[in-house]
Ligand binder design. Sequence first.
Ligand SMILES: [Zn+2]
Length: 258
Amino acid sequence: MPADEKITITVISPHRDDAALALGLAIERWTSDGVHVQILTCFTISDFAPFADARTAHEVTRLRQQEDQHWLNRLGATVSMIDLGGIDAPLRVDVRRDRPTVDRPLGPRDHEAMQQLTAQLTALQTDGLVIAPLAISRHVDHRIARDAALQVCDPQRLAFFEDVPYASLDPSNDLAGVVSEVQAKLGRRISPVSVTRNPSPADKRRLIDVYRSQFTSDQLDRIAASAADGERLWAVAGGALHTARYRRKCAALCGSDK
Ligand SMILES: [Zn+2]
């Protein structure tokens, strides 16, 4: 592949599992197609592992790192993951552990986390397409990750993934409302682009099986089943995702706009 064809995709993953849950099939195709995929994982210090024996933050943080590593091992050398070392919401602030998230105004420690993440994203000087969460369900960590990306990145280089499992398992999710919120912040309209062709729920199930500290087997089955509809990004018209360079490289994986 000529050097000028080499493209980079950066995925901003709020937590250890978000990139794989939302874009596992697409990332697998991108990497096998020679795209350099970089995953920036934001809030990696965690004591949230409801389906594991690990209890302390040290144990859980290590376990979740191992889960991500098992996923990365399947993807090969074209993926790099950077641990940004943020403290996730249940440890950072006084929130309900089962739902530390929804429509909660940002507090002082959230603003500190946002400033830290914004500085980290600025220092990393990401190249190419940057994919941030839409923050469906309005999880506070996902909103911080999204809004930091909005502060740092040119809207032309940004795309947004549909957060899983919220997009697929939560019937009360407000996709339209979140899209409107992002459009207001961007001052531009965004539209969905499918990034998986002939998506296989069985393949998705195999990929996400590593995240057993976070989900029951039944939940993983349901998340994988929802992959039958494909994985989608949302992006501005005329942005990086729509340029010939990306479309050419992603032709095997990007479906037509819906
Ligand atoms: Zn998350």
